[in-house]
Design a protein around this ligand. Structure first.
Ligand code: GUN
Length: 296
């Protein structure tokens, strides 16, 4: 079998164009421009690249982009003061603090200082609790993007066996909640899981989010399974720098029914979902109905 390649780039482009349409209507009908503030502390090159891409796509969608670049040695108090200022700014509808933060900063305290209504990352404990109890929440962008890809390819997911490899707060845990809400049978596996290969082999849906290049070989995949590869790992192969997922694409593509490539799979969906969440937050803050096709 040769797997169908799930084109995240194309789906993300469709979503971004829906977002841009909603932004144009919000401006025209209500005089509103959704605004996203991104806070970056320090100079991690990968984070700087992500933030640049977010800014460019926010502006392309017609929204306001505000960037706060702070030095590595920024204090917790100064960062919290900036968040409070953004919480109170009516022109800002979404706030994202790029993670990871430098070690001296407490990420949990920082995230929980964000107004949950502006928490477009869906990391605030209120949003985590809402998602966990099946209520309307801001949904974390990467798992939301994965779910959109899965629904686009498989339609109804009810009853399917889903295995998520990785238990992070950013991807693994919210992905499990989303798939439970879709009535999948969900297993979360992680670095201490025994016999990971056997557990992966029972998955109809396999989500790999461990951050270890090509850790999952093709023979851990059930024939015909749908594989979502969240990993974006920088590797050197044959003397060349390139990106690799958490799944060994070349062996997996011969066995899976469908697979997301790296790059061009989950990555573009994450930013498109961030833009969608910002528009949703803007609508909610003005008591407007949530726009079609941007939320679950
Ligand atoms: N770092 C890696 N992924 C993410 C994300 O989705 N949101 C934030 N804020 N930081 C990240």
């Amino acid at each position: 079998m040769t797997a169908h390649i799930i084109d995240g780039q194309a789906l993300a482009m469709q979503l971004r164009s829906r977002v841009a349409g909603h932004v144009a209507r919000l401006k025209e009908k209500h005089g509103l421009t959704p605004g996203l503030a991104v806070v970056l502390v320090g100079d991690d090159p990968a984070s700087e690249l992500y933030v640049r891409n977010k800014r460019r796509q926010t502006i392309e969608a017609g929204m306001t982009s505000v960037e706060h670049k702070l030095p590595t040695e920024t204090s917790q108090a100064d960062l919290l003061a900036l968040i409070e200022q953004l919480n109170c700014n009516p022109e800002i509808h979404g706030i994202l603090v790029q993670l990871p933060l430098p070690k001296h900063l407490n990420a949990n305290l920082v995230i929980d200082a964000i107004d949950p209504a502006k928490d477009v990352d869906g990391f605030h404990i209120s949003n985590v609790g809402l998602l966990g109890t099946g209520q309307d929440a801001m949904v974390p962008c990467t798992p939301l993007g994965c779910l959109m890809l899965l629904r686009g390819h498989l339609g109804d997911l009810a009853g399917l066996e889903a295995v998520i490899v990785g238990r992070s707060n950013i991807v693994g845990k919210p992905m499990a909640q989303l798939l439970l809400n879709e009535s999948c049978t969900v297993t979360i596996a992680h670095s201490r899981t025994r016999d990971l290969a056997t557990i992966c082999r029972r998955a109809d849906i396999l989500v790999a989010a461990v951050g270890r290049p090509e850790m999952i070989p093709g023979d851990w995949i059930k024939a015909g399974a749908t594989v979502i590869d969240v990993g974006i790992n920088r590797i050197v192969r044959g003397g060349k720098r390139q990106l690799a997922g958490d799944v060994d694409f070349s062996s997996a593509a011969g066995i899976a029914g469908a697979i997301t490539p790296v790059p061009g799979g989950v990555g573009p969906m994450t930013i498109a979902c961030l833009l969608a969440n910002t528009v949703t937050a803007c609508c909610r803050s003005h008591a407007l109905p949530p726009p079609d096709g941007l939320t679950l």
